[in-house]
Design a protein around this ligand. Structure first.
Ligand code: GDP
Ligand code: MG
Length: 293
């Protein structure tokens, strides 16, 4: 069988299970790289390398349409530009749930690149017979290349999904070495992990415009020293993040550190604090300086 390789974007509204799915898709084989990342405009979030294919999963920072500000406009621009030069897009939704937020994502899907509809959380569907009319309804909304129901949490049907993705990759040599791991990618992952914990612990209390900046990332043998700033729009958001007696921030830090230790296979010293960057979400220049160009 010929070797195939290519870029894959995972999109969908928050909470449909994109991160969970990505973790299953790359599994233990996680080998994040950025050494040759200049070959792509995308931020690589994970790579899976099998005998017969290399799957490079990339980030699409858009699809966060909770607030209409400059940040979102810039991000959506990025999405529309960057999404069309991947080999395949996975559009993830939740089983039996399809609302206007999903429809907004559909509006941004590229027409010139295959889109696979991934219906996640299959394990939550009591009566599987309900699924068929649901699939019919959703499939009418876009010309999907394929429709695959999965349970990302349990890993159910993930191999089927991988096989479907492979069909859309192009013939070619692996782009990245299997064991390439760089500090820069760890740094990027560290920011993503902190960001994920903020949303996991605070959910709707905090707007999507928050960001995380890794101000310092030190490598010292088996230790990583990470200094992360959570950047909020307004002063009023600061106490929400910090919590009573600093409890929230402490919890964010503890959970993030554990995840980093697991992912990097290293000891991690993590410091997290909150910074107010007043109005940054409405300042296009600041947005660009954070790398969303
Ligand atoms: P994201 O915002 O799209 O990245 O979603 P996450 O991966 O963070 O998942 C959101 C929530 O859905 C988490 O609580 C997950 O544990 C849960 N979740 C993800 N996949 C599944 C699944 O297949 N079944 C069930 N029951 N829950 C899931
Ligand atoms: Mg996520």
């Amino acid at each position: 069988m010929e070797f195939r390789t290519g870029y894959i974007a995972i999109v969908g509204r928050p909470n449909v299970g994109k991160s969970t799915l990505l973790n299953h898709l790359i599994g233990q084989k996680i080998s994040i790289t950025s050494r040759k990342a200049q070959t792509t405009r995308h931020r690589i979030v994970g790579i899976r390398t099998d005998e017969d294919a290399q799957y490079v999963f990339v980030d699409t920072p858009g699809f966060q349409m909770q607030h209409q500000n400059v940040l979102n406009r810039v991000m959506n621009r990025t999405v529309t530009q960057s999404i069309s030069d991947v080999d395949v897009v996975l559009f993830v939704i939740e089983s039996m749930r399809f609302d206007e937020r999903d429809e907004k994502v559909i509006a941004l899907l590229p027409r010139d690149c295959p889109v696979v509809l991934v219906i996640n959380k299959l394990d939550k569907v009591g009566d599987k017979a309900d699924l068929l009319p649901f699939i019919e309804k959703v499939s009418a909304s876009f010309p999907f290349a394929a429709i695959i129901p999965v349970s990302a949490k349990r890993g159910a049907q993930v191999p089927e999904l991988v096989r479907e993705i492979r069909r859309h990759l192009h013939e070619g040599e692996p782009i990245y070495g299997e064991d390439e791991i760089t500090d820069r990618s760890e740094r990027f992952l560290a920011a993503e992990i902190v960001r994920e914990k903020v949303f996991r612990l605070l959910g709707d209390e905090i707007p999507y415009s928050i960001s995380v900046e890794i101000e310092k990332f030190e490598t010292e043998g088996n230790l990583r020293r990470v200094f992360a700033a959570i950047i909020v729009d307004r002063d009023s958001q600061k106490p929400i993040l910090i919590g009573k007696k600093g409890e929230k921030l402490k919890e964010i830090g503890t959970q993030a550190r554990k995840d980093m230790e697991e992912l990097f296979g290293k000891k991690v010293y993590l410091e997290v604090w909150v910074k107010v960057k007043s109005g940054w979400a409405d300042d296009e220049r600041a947005v660009k300086s954070l790398g969303y160009e």
